[in-house]
Design a protein around this ligand. Structure first.
Ligand code: HEC
Length: 147
């Protein structure tokens, strides 16, 4: 084995190990929750735009996922998780934790409200999307770093 290969092998080992280690880290958990929220909003968007047919089950799943993930999201910002694992969490979160939590709670409750009323067609999904979609930016603007 030449030097390059040894380095590559060592690097692969390190990356593999950090991936296992990273799985339970708060930065990773909260990013995964946001990925779920993003995927669910995308699913609703596809229905609202008519790229996918209206499907009540898919709408329910997306709304429940947004509600549950947004509710759990602020639980994953313990002291010491301000940096690392490519987090985009802004320092402002820890300075305004109550406001940050309120914004997450609002997204969760609003998703529940939409779910309780249950949009009956793609136009209804579009309306819900306007409400929920605005809340992404309202929190990302102050609390998510731009990379
Ligand atoms: C309460 C605040 C808040 C709300 C509301 C919110 N986000 Fe986020 N979002 C964040 C923060 C903070 C991060 C960065 C997390 C990190 O990197 O540790 C983030 C990151 C993300 C990411 C990147 C995840 C990754 O791959 O690392 C996506 C996608 C995302 N948000 C989508 C959404 C969508 C879609 C909505 C609206 C339905 C939304 N967010 C609402 C705070 C919020």
């Amino acid at each position: 084995m030449n030097f390059k290969m040894v380095t590559a092998a060592a690097l692969a080992l390190c990356l593999g190990a950090s991936a296992v280690f990273a799985a339970g880290e708060p930065q990773v958990v909260r990013q995964d929750l946001m990925k779920k929220i993003g995927g669910s909003l995308g699913a609703l968007g596809a229905i609202a735009k008519g790229q996918k047919p209206y499907d009540a089950e898919a709408v329910k799943t997306a709304l429940s996922t947004i509600s549950a993930s947004a509710k759990d999201f602020p639980n994953h910002f313990p002291a010491g998780s301000e940096t690392g694992f490519e987090t985009e969490a802004a320092p402002a979160i820890w300075q305004n934790m109550a406001d940050f939590k309120a914004k997450a709670a609002k997204l969760s409750t609003d998703a529940d409200t939409v779910l309780a009323a249950m949009p009956a067609d793609s136009a209804g999904v579009g309306q819900a999307l306007q409400t929920l979609g605005a809340e992404c930016g309202a929190c990302h603007q102050p609390y998510r770093l731009k990379r």
